[in-house]
Design a protein around this ligand. Structure first.
Ligand code: CP
Length: 328
């Protein structure tokens, strides 16, 4: 058994019920999650012989998705299976019973049957209420309008693989100050990574997120907001962007394309970053909008490493939430 997995299985864990936000973890939890994810990635080749292959044996995880998903849904399904658990999927956004916020008694029903629920929905508030009304249920945020904390685990696992160490690095996020930017800022600050976020004036990261990130910042990490993409990217170790129009904002797409045009990540913008800087995107990407095909397909692009690392990061997360009470 690897030392990382062994120490995880024997160490007394701080019990965390939910992962609704990166802020539900402290810095030690988040670093531990990255370390465990890296080990699980290495162990994956062992298949059923992996030390964690039965870690969630007898555990049930429900997936409730009110919005479409490829990466998050697929990687959670595989993660649960590879840890020996059982996944139950309710994904149809049009199905009445699948809407997370339709029935206030859903969480109290679910906690009688399953150990955890992975939820993608609209409002962070609905997610918080859901988690609060089911004290025995572990709830994981698979994306809300406000936060995308599972993406942040994969993002920093990827950066760690490519940059070697994280502390003191600078990541520039260019585009909408949205859910991905929020979770990126939370995690970066905890990990001692400087974050530069460039957004048009009306689309800046919410002030509350800046305050939250500042309050958890370690090792001198600084969060700085910009309106000019070139200023944010100058000297950065990685350049990150996301769609200009998130799910639920489709009616604003035309206006957003116009407003965000100066934020496009193209060769010219990448040339301002540090030599060897990586390009990151949580996907799906809209080539020709937030990123050009040239940058997306370039050697700098680590977008499919990020997508792969969703799996390893979420396996680590499930172990951290569920394995302590699984008697490991
Ligand atoms: N990045 C991300 O969350 O992808 P999906 O929307 O496909 O899950």
């Amino acid at each position: 058994m690897s030392s990382v997995v062994e120490s995880f299985m024997t160490q007394a864990l701080t019990h965390r019920k939910d992962y609704l936000s990166v802020l539900d973890f402290d810095a030690a939890d988040f670093e531990r999650c990255l370390q465990l994810a890296a080990q699980l990635k290495a162990d994956r080749a062992l298949g059923r012989l992996a030390p964690t292959a039965d870690a969630l044996n007898g555990r049930h995880v429900a997936l409730l998705f009110d919005k479409p998903s490829l990466r998050t849904r697929t990687t959670f399904e595989i993660a649960i299976r590879e840890l020996g658990g059982h996944g139950r999927r309710r994904c149809s956004p049009t199905s009445r019973s699948a809407r997370v916020n339709r029935s206030p008694t859903s969480p109290r029903n679910l906690e009688r049957w399953v150990d955890a629920v992975v939820i993608r929905t609209f409002s962070q508030h609905v997610l918080k209420e859901f988690a609060a009304s089911a004290p025995r249920l572990h709830v994981v945020n698979a994306l809300t309008d406000e936060e995308h904390p599972c993406q942040a685990i994969a993002d920093f696992l990827t950066l760690q693989e490519h940059l070697g160490h994280l502390r003191g690095r600078t990541i520039a996020y260019v585009g909408d100050g949205n859910n991905v930017a929020t979770s990126l800022a939370h995690a970066a600050s905890m990990l001692g990574v400087h974050v530069h976020i460039a957004s048009p004036e009306a689309y800046q990261l919410p002030h509350m997120v800046v305050q939250q990130a500042t309050s958890v910042a370690r090792h001198g990490a600084r969060l700085r907001l910009f309106t000019d993409a070139a200023d944010a990217v100058a000297g950065a170790d990685a350049v990150y962007t996301d769609t200009w129009t998130s799910m639920g904002q489709e009616r604003e797409a035309e206006v957003r394309r116009r407003i965000f045009a100066p934020c496009q990540v193209n060769d010219e913008l990448m040339s301002l970053a540090k030599p060897g800087a990586r390009f990151m995107h949580c996907l799906p990407a809209h080539r020709g909008e937030e990123v050009t095909s040239e940058v997306f397909e370039s050697e700098a692009s680590v977008v499919f490493d990020q997508a792969e690392n969703r799996l390893h990061g979420q396996k680590a997360l499930l172990l951290m939430l569920l394995a302590p009470s699984a008697g490991l």
